[in-house]
Design a protein around this ligand. Structure first.
Ligand code: FAD
Length: 117
C-alpha cells in the first residue's frame, strides 16, 4: 500500500474526466436555453485549451472543429459525448462503446439491477 497519495497519471485523469463529462451530458437539460447551450459549447472548448495532457488536448481541439458539440438536447449531447469518447477509444485501441446504452451506463443504471445497492 502507498504511504502517500500521488499525482494522477494520464489514465486516471482520463477516467475521472469521462466520469464528469458523461455524467454532465446525461444530466444536461432536455430543453436547454440558449445560454445553457453556449455554456456547454464553451465548457468543451475550454477543456480543449486546458486539458492537462498536451497531445490529448491537441486532438480534442481538432475533434471539436470536425464535430462541434451537439448541445440542442440531453439526448444529443449524451450521444455526442459518447461518440467523442469512441474516437479516443479507437485511437488508443480500446473497444467501441454502444452509444444506445449511454443512459443506462451513466444515468439510470443497468436494467439487470447490477447498479442497485
Ligand atoms: P476510459 O476510456 O477512461 O472509460 C471509462 C469508462 O467509460 C469505461 O469503463 C466504460 O464503462 C465507459 N465508456 C467507454 N467508452 C465510452 C463511450 N464511448 N461512451 C460512454 N461511456 C464509455 N488517452 C490516450 O492515451 N491518448 C489520448 O489522446 C487521450 N485523449 C483523451 C481525451 C479526453 C478528452 C479524455 C477525457 C481522455 C483522453 N485519454 C487519452 C484518456 C483515455 O480516454 C482513457 O480515459 C484512459 O486511457 C483510461 O482508460 P480506461 O480503459 O480506464 O477507460
Amino acid at each position: 500500500e502507498r504511504k502517500h497519495e500521488c499525482p494522477v497519471d494520464k489514465d486516471e485523469l482520463g477516467r475521472s474526466t469521462w466520469n464528469l463529462l458523461h455524467t454532465m451530458s446525461v444530466y444536461y437539460p432536455e430543453k436547454p436555453s440558449e445560454e445553457q447551450k453556449n455554456k456547454a459549447k464553451s465548457f468543451m472548448n475550454l477543456l480543449g485549451q486546458l486539458y492537462p495532457c498536451d497531445f490529448c488536448a491537441k486532438d480534442l481541439r481538432k475533434d471539436l472543429i470536425e464535430s462541434p458539440p451537439s448541445v440542442s438536447s440531453r439526448e444529443n449531447f449524451a450521444e455526442w459525448m459518447c461518440q467523442l469518447h469512441n474516437k479516443v477509444n479507437k485511437k488508443t485501441g480500446k473497444p467501441e462503446f454502444d452509444c444506445k446504452n449511454v443512459m443506462e451506463r451513466w444515468r439510470d443504471g443497468w436494467k439487470d439491477g447490477s447498479c442497485d445497492y
